[in-house]
Write a protein that binds this ligand. Structure first.
Ligand code: FE2
Length: 241
């Protein structure tokens, strides 16, 4: 936590998570680098329910490194998960799509979107694929609006890239944990600036491990101004259908 302000309030006592819809979450067990087991997923669900989360879009990684994660396999795993993890949270299956060499094939295979119209995409943190802009354009030609997952985390992105992405109407999704420096100083600084400038559209946990997420949120403090800036993002999350 890099904040120097003492008048901040504990994030978990702001009520921001009451009724939350999470749009980015690796809770589906055993399919990627998220929850390793049903038991761990259950433990996470219990805590998420306690802090007020009501709805979650599960977004397992779709990338070359996870070749099994096609729609059929993920749908099977999702149904198994629903059977084994009954809870008061409403779950939906979506995906987080890496813009890598296999992306075009996966885009053409009925991708796991958020609702009917949105596709959550990410790139490597260090460099973009050569045809980055064309990939995003192809997403729009397929009828979807790209949601750029955690734009603050991409080390290679320059101001003009961010501006161009926004000008094209692509949505920006903030990772909550960026606000407390979990990913380092640069993502933290970018996140705080984007939040103040109103650059973000949506907010997500990007939850992989409960312990890391819970500890980060327990130490996160936010100012009244930041709470006001975060509220619309939580509201926008609920409108993705
Ligand atoms: Fe993710």
């Amino acid at each position: 936590m890099f904040s120097i302000f003492s008048s901040k309030k504990k994030f978990l006592s702001t009520g921001l998570l009451d009724g939350m819809t999470d749009v980015h979450c690796h809770l589906l067990p055993g399919v990627d680098d998220g929850m390793p087991s049903i038991e761990k997923a259950k433990e996470a669900i219990k805590w998420l329910e306690q802090v007020g989360v009501k709805e979650i879009w599960l977004t397992p990684h779709n990338m070359e490194e996870c070749p099994k994660n096609n729609r059929k396999y993920l749908q099977e795993q999702f149904e198994l998960f629903l059977k084994e993890c009954p809870s008061g949270i409403s779950f939906h299956l979506a995906g987080e799509y890496m813009l890598d060499m296999s992306f075009y094939d996966r885009l053409n295979e009925n991708p796991c979107t958020l609702g009917n119209s949105f596709l959550l995409v990410e790139t490597s943190y260090m460099s973009a694929p050569a045809d980055f802009w064309n990939m995003l354009y192809k997403v729009t030609l397929s009828g979807y609006t790209p949601i750029i997952a955690h734009p603050e985390r991409y080390m290679y992105m320059e101001e003009q890239d961010y501006r161009q992405l926004k000008q094209k109407g692509y949505l920006f999704q903030l990772n909550i944990m960026s606000l407390c420096g979990v990913y380092g100083r640069l993502p933290y600084e970018k996140a705080m600036r984007f939040l103040k400038e109103g650059t973000y559209d949506l907010i997500g946990s990007d939850l992989h491990r409960l312990g890391i997420y819970r500890q980060a949120l327990e130490r996160l403090k936010v100012s009244t101004k930041e709470i006001a800036l975060l509220k619309p993002l939580f509201e926008n999350n609920k409108s993705l259908k």
